[in-house]
Design a protein around this ligand. Structure first.
Ligand code: R5P
Length: 311
């Protein structure tokens, strides 16, 4: 890229944006990102972006729809201010679990979000652990899709240094759990679950031996915590030793913290793809994705391969 590198942020996760800029050793782009008194989002760029290679950092965490709107309006403002190329850095991509219709008369919400980003004028997307990798295909622009598994596995290994059973809490997460297992050693167990309703989980069966062994449940995200807690209770019933959990996105919706606190899980490791309250850091260990994102931004800007960061 010939244009200079500029990075802006919405209000979703200022700490992550600042950590990334510290790694890049550059100041964050100046912009007013606020709300009008009637609740509408208000954006104004406070520096020129003409001809620049611009990145916008905004995980789509709570308040989800508000954060999506900020991102869309930032992209539109950058486009109209003649940025040369705009990359949306979306560490957590909301609506990703609605990537297909599960019954009739439902939207495909992840596709709608993708369409809105492209319509607003984004040129590239940088994401981490999209719930469904098929979402990459919803975009007809480049999507760099990083994985958080190796960060979590390395941290787990450093902290606990023991062979564990990597447990996938559902059939869709087997590859992720197997990747984790490959990095930490140990064996694999797979749970089969069904969802009676979107925020409820029911465990059906498990394949693999966990008796007397430490286990780590590996998932892409923790939302209500229902998947995790159901899985942990089954592991406890089957005689597992210490039970840990590792997930890329710690969304912790509703009463997830309380549910996990009362479950057989002794420790949870997540990344900072979304903000994690300081008050919960006693039970939740946080691994930062800032260095990985800073490296990816530098590589994209310098037209270098990003695949080295993919594993
Ligand atoms: C589901 O397929 C995902 O991989 C997660 O297991 C799920 O989204 C977690 O949601 P919750 O915490 O609400 O069970």
């Amino acid at each position: 890229m010939d244009g200079r590198l500029q990075v802006f942020s919405g209000t979703a996760h200022p700490q992550l944006a600042h950590d990334i800029m510290r790694m890049l050793d550059a100041p964050l782009g100046r912009a007013l990102v606020d709300q009008w008194r009637n609740g509408e989002t208000r954006i104004r760029l406070e520096e020129s972006v003409r001809g620049s290679d611009v990145f916008v950092i905004q995980p789509l965490c709570t308040p989800v729809n508000h954060n999506i709107m900020e991102l869309l309006l930032l992209i539109d403002a950058l486009k109209r201010a003649s940025a040369d190329r705009i990359t949306a850095v979306i560490p957590y991509f909301a609506y990703a679990r609605q990537e297909k219709k599960t019954t009739g008369r439902e939207p495909i919400s992840a596709k709608v979000v993708s369409n809105m980003l492209v319509t607003a004028g984004v040129d590239r997307v940088l994401a981490i652990d999209l719930h469904a990798p098929a979402i990459e295909g919803f975009f007809d622009i480049p999507v760099d899709h990083l994985r958080g598994t190796s960060l979590l596995a390395r941290r787990f290994h450093k902290e606990f240094d023991l062979p564990v059973v990597a447990v996938s809490p559902d059939s869709g997460g087997v590859t992720r759990a197997e990747n984790f297992r490959a990095l930490t050693g140990g064996s694999l167990a797979i749970i089969s679950k069904r969802r009676p309703s979107p925020d409820e989980t029911e465990v059906i069966e498990m394949v693999g031996n966990v008796d007397g062994q430490p286990c780590v449940i590996v998932d892409d995200m923790i939302s209500t915590g229902s998947t995790l807690v159901e899985a942990a209770e089954l592991l406890a019933k089957r005689g597992a030793g210490q039970i840990y959990a590792a997930a890329t996105h710690g969304v912790f919706a509703a009463d997830a913290f309380e549910r996990i606190e009362q479950s057989p899980i002794s420790r949870v490791i997540v990344t900072d793809s979304v903000p994690i309250p300081e008050s919960r850091r006693d039970m939740i260990e946080v691994v930062t994705i800032a260095p990985m994102l800073a490296e990816a931004i530098m590589r994209i800007h310098n037209d270098m391969s990003v695949s080295a960061l993919f594993s």
